[in-house]
Design a protein around this ligand. Structure first.
Ligand SMILES: *[C@@H]1O[C@H](CO)[C@@H](O)[C@H](O)[C@H]1NC(C)=O
Ligand SMILES: [Zn+2]
Length: 493
């Protein structure tokens, strides 16, 4: 790492250059995954992949459409580059191949494999309920609506979308032979061969409508947290013989090196889930977990709005209670003491507590300090952990600050709004302290809209509905007030 004694932005920039120049990294030994973050700070940061997709993390999301891919059936006339990069077997893909069912067009760049060894078959990166599969294929796509090429997309929060396919040892896979046919030509690191195109779709499972979705990262250095992950529920198979061929054919050393190092077990271990959740496009059918649904982004926006203006009174609303990160204590055990206090307080203290004037502060930062649970409520979730992790491996505070300011807030808030993570309220509040005005305005518009709807409903139901607003219901009409929620709280009384 070059010495970092510049302003934060320069420090961040330098670290990215360092990452792109490429420090040596491996899957084991002194350059193994536990040391990646020395040269690649993102590897020690938030939103890392892979993860163990456990049932209790799942939320069924009925809005997740089946994955649709275009131009995956390549003609043999098209030449692809198959190579051994020392870390994996990889094949280049033309950008006309793309995913068409996401918010942006994501164009293909390459696909590669992670696998176990002939003595220990398990080598997938993602696990499902702690089961590790034999291997895993990643089809890497970049957001070609927003970025001109993969290099400029790779470090952007909406830059990449990767399709992950878990691989089991079972039936012979004829399409997989397209790799094995040429594998002896690329035994050593940095070797490449040109191979004819084939039907890449045949490498995906038949059903593209059942998948897990979460926000994560590259699973190799520089570990940018830029990947929208889709891991298919259904697996593909290769035969035992095919698996062994893959697991024994390649070296991670180059042809020039005297010592040959076999290339296998090239998977990263499961990373901390932190405050993330995993969306499922399907209902699991077994147990209760698959039936939980996420709170709508709309409702989340509302709560963010209230945090922005420091009006926590509406948190007393039953609906908004659901946003408190309940159910995650188990996962966050030992780290959520403050939050537990918060939840307990919310639920047991008289509702009037929620409208205490001390909470009606204009500044969300103030609210954070005064807090629902008093002084014990602090900035206690994801960012703080990330901050500490980075601090340990990087004495240079400026770099840490730059990462924190430049990357995590955007990712976290976006993720929270899209229902992809369960951030603790103190964290959301903290993030909001540093938001630019234009985003605050965008949030404001949505709240204004939400509030208008709510008001119509509440006027209509005025007499019969049970009161959930505890004194904050009588907001003024918005006519003449372009930004009603920016007004002083006193008008409520
Ligand atoms: C990718 O796009 C950026 C921005 O237009 C450009 O500066 C860069 O040279 C491109 N990189 C490659 C590898 O084409
Ligand atoms: Zn991969």
């Amino acid at each position: 790492m070059p010495s970092v004694s510049f302003i934060p932005v320069a420090a961040l920039h330098l670290s990215l250059i360092g990452a792109l120049q490429g420090y040596k990294w491996t899957y084991s030994g002194p350059d193994g995954e536990h040391h990646w973050s020395k040269h690649y700070p993102y590897c020690g940061g938030a939103f890392q992949s892979p993860i163990d997709i456990k049932s209790e993390l799942l939320r069924f999301d009925p809005t997740l459409r089946p994955i649709e891919v275009q131009n995956y059936n390549l003609s043999p006339d098209e030449q692809l580059t198959l190579g051994n990069n020392g870390h994996a077997l990889q094949i280049s893909l033309p950008s006309k191949m793309h995913i068409s069912s996401l918010r942006y067009r994501y164009s293909a760049a390459q696909l590669h494999f992670h696998w176990g060894s002939s003595s220990r078959i398990a080598g997938s990166e993602h696990m499902v309920n702690s089961k590790q599969y034999a291997a895993e294929m990643h089809v890497v796509h970049y957001n070609s609506d927003k970025y001109p090429n993969i290099s400029s997309a790779v470090d952007k929060s909406d830059g990449l979308a990767v399709l992950g396919v878990l691989i089991e040892v079972g039936e012979f896979n004829p399409t997989f032979e397209q790799f094995l046919r040429f594998i002896n030509g690329i035994k050593y690191r940095d070797q490449k061969v040109q191979v004819p195109g084939f039907n890449i779709r045949a490498l995906l499972p038949a059903r593209l409508d059942e998948y897990y979705r979460y926000d994560g990262s590259l699973t190799t250095p520089p570990c940018y947290p830029s990947v929208l992950w889709t891991v298919f529920r259904n697996t593909m198979t290769v035969s035992q013989k095919q698996f062994n061929a893959l697991a024994t054919a390649l070296y991670s050393s180059s042809a020039q090196e005297s010592a040959t190092i076999p290339l296998h077990s090239n998977y990263r271990k499961a990373q901390l889930v932190d405050s993330r959740i995993v969306l499922a496009s399907f209902k699991e059918g077994r147990g209760l977990h698959g039936t939980l649904t996420v709170t709508s982004p709309h409702t989340r926006k509302q709560i963010i709005q209230q945090l922005l203006v420091g009006d926590l009174a509406d948190l007393a609303d039953e609906e908004l209670y659901k946003l408190l990160p309940t159910g995650s204590q188990k996962l966050q055990a030992g780290r959520r003491k403050n939050l537990k206090n918060l939840e307990r307080d919310d639920q047991t203290k008289p509702k009037q507590q929620m409208t205490s004037p001390s909470l009606r502060r204009k500044s969300s930062c103030f609210v954070g300090k005064l807090g629902l649970a008093g002084d014990t409520l602090r900035y206690s979730s994801l960012e703080q952990r990330v901050f500490h992790q980075l601090k340990e491996s990087h004495r240079k505070n400026q770099l840490v600050e730059a990462l924190r300011d430049a990357v995590y807030p955007e990712l976290n808030l976006k993720s929270y709004m899209d229902c992809k993570s369960h951030l603790a309220l103190p964290t959301v509040r903290q993030i909001l302290c540093g938001r630019p005005t234009d985003e605050a305005l965008e949030l404001e518009r949505s709240l204004t809209k939400a509030w208008m709807n709510q008001r119509e409903t509440s006027v209509a139901n005025k007499q019969k509905s049970h009161v959930t607003k505890y004194g904050s219901i009588s907001k003024p009409p918005s006519q003449g007030y372009p930004h009603p929620w920016l007004l002083p709280m006193e008008w409520e009384d």
